[in-house]
Design a binder for this molecule. Structure first.
Ligand SMILES: [Cu+2]
Length: 139
């Protein structure tokens, strides 16, 4: 092989390793957990599932807590949470969100099927935007 070809092959192998690593991380985090925590740029997010079990075809109430870097509640955040089943096409379900205490938001929805679900919380706080994934199971 010429030096250029060797360099190209090495570069491709590194890219493949990075891609596989990213895949591994995204699968590793896709496990149902009662609480998801996320922090970035002075915004702390916690998404908490309802007390288990989460029943399909019943109202499910998730709790979202938003705080700034000093632990102060973030009020009147622009939040949208969509719930869907990864790898299925049974639909997107938008939670109804209400701020029930300063910085504490209820996200309520009805899920139609038993199985593995993903909630995607999109938030806009001032000039910042973030999306946080929360995984859960219905029974
Ligand atoms: Cu489904």
């Amino acid at each position: 092989m010429t030096k250029t070809v060797k360099t190209t092959v090495a570069g491709l192998l590194i890219l493949a390793a990075i891609a596989l690593g990213a895949l591994y991380i995204s699968q590793g985090s896709a496990e149902a957990s009662p609480v998801t925590r996320f922090e970035r740029d002075g915004i702390r997010v916690e998404i908490r599932s309802p007390d288990r079990p989460i029943a399909a075809l019943r109202e499910s109430r998730f709790t979202i807590t938003l705080q700034d870097a000093n632990g102060q509640p973030i009020r009147r955040a622009d939040l949208k949470m969509v719930m869907f089943m990864p790898k299925m096409y049974c639909g997107d379900f938008v939670a109804k969100i209400d701020e029930v205490a300063p910085g504490v938001y209820d996200a309520v929805g009805v899920l139609p099927m038993r199985g593995n679900w993903k909630a995607e919380l999109k938030m806009k706080i001032g000039a910042q935007a973030a999306t946080v994934a929360h995984y859960f199971k219905t029974v």
